[in-house]
Design a protein around this ligand. Structure first.
Ligand SMILES: [Zn+2]
Ligand SMILES: [Zn+2]
Length: 332
């Protein structure tokens, strides 16, 4: 059973989850026979919470409870008040943590799978996001992410995403929202929408454009090949994605990840949907995005001490290399 502890000085929350240490690790995944996410091994993950079936009746996408959850055992009760202890605030680790198995293909890759398959996986992201976000009495935020490769922290190679519902909002997320609201109050508009217009005019960092999304190498990218996928239409949360945007996102993301794979030799990366917390009222000020951060370097002592990232690559150079990879991909 996990618990949440709050640092009394920084107010940052930490999940203490000793059970996570026991989870199976096979990041290279050379043995599909023992892979819990492969067809035939469904008994290892238990019954699906939700699934999408192919015309032949087999599953294409499968959402299951994480066997080694960050947080678990949510009750239908509103989140309990934290307990004041000598060290700081302590909160029972109620939440949810699910795995979305994106394809039955053990060696699949979100950058190379058919767009129609990627569309199904993304549709399940939205379905599970909406389902967890509807429990706003218990949960404060829903975090959707996918870890690709060992350096990004994946423990199993089979393509999957994860979604976690958490009963608190961290100061980092609150600060992000506060900055967005402050920008809105000063400029009477969304900072992300404004930044996107400037990027589209200036073009140096624009990597890929489609009907509904624009990908850029952010001006202050914290790591080589960091990418932001930004919806052109203002929307506060991932739950707002409609079917048309999903069609476009499946195509956009597949092309982007294929180009990233080509440009940077299939780097390990974390992909995170940065969406508004569930209690958010400033829906005009906040704008959801996808943040893709390759793990090509390791944050070290300076980064921890100063709280400042060091990036060895100009984002403008990353954008140029990505555009070249996209052109080369199209030539095939
Ligand atoms: Zn597998
Ligand atoms: Zn916006």
């Amino acid at each position: 059973m996990s618990e949440l502890r709050q640092d009394p000085i920084t107010s940052e929350w930490v999940i203490v989850s000793p059970g996570r240490a026991a989870r199976p690790k096979d990041p290279h995944g050379n043995e599909p026979a023992s892979c819990p996410f492969c067809p035939g091994n469904e008994a290892l993950t238990g019954e699906a919470i939700d699934q999408m079936l192919r015309p032949d009746g087999r599953w294409q996408v499968r959402a299951v409870a994480n066997k080694f959850p960050l947080l678990a055992s949510a009750s239908e009760e509103p989140a309990a008040a934290p307990l004041a202890t000598a060290g700081g605030l302590l909160l029972a680790g109620n939440g949810a943590h699910e795995v979305i198995v994106e394809t039955p293909d053990h060696r699949g890759h979100l950058g190379t799978m058919p767009v129609a398959d990627a569309r199904q996986a993304l549709a399940m992201y939205v379905r599970r996001y909406r389902a967890l976000a509807s429990h706003s009495r218990q949960y404060a935020q829903v975090v959707l992410f996918r870890n690709h490769g060992e350096r990004a922290g994946t423990s199993l190679a089979h393509p999957h995403a994860q979604i976690a519902a958490v009963p608190v909002v961290s100061p980092v997320v609150r600060r992000r929202v506060a900055s967005q609201v402050a920008y809105f109050d000063t400029h009477r508009g969304c900072g992300t929408c404004d930044a996107l217009q400037r990027e589209l005019q200036q073009r140096d960092r624009v990597v890929l454009q489609s009907a509904e999304f624009v990908s850029v190498a952010p001006f202050a990218a914290a790591a080589p090949y960091q990418l932001h996928v930004i919806p052109r239409r203002h929307a506060a949360g991932f739950a707002d994605v409609d079917d048309g945007a999903l069609d476009d996102l499946a195509q956009h993301l597949t092309r982007l990840l294929a180009a990233l794979r080509a440009a940077a030799a299939d780097p390990d990366y974390n992909l995170v949907v940065l969406s508004a917390p569930l209690d958010l009222v400033h829906r005009r000020a906040t704008h959801w995005i996808i943040d893709i951060r390759p793990r090509l370097s390791t944050p070290a002592g300076f980064e921890f001490g100063a709280g400042i990232a060091v990036n060895s690559q100009l984002p403008e150079a990353a954008a140029q290399l990505m555009r070249a990879a996209l052109r080369a991909g199209q030539a095939h």
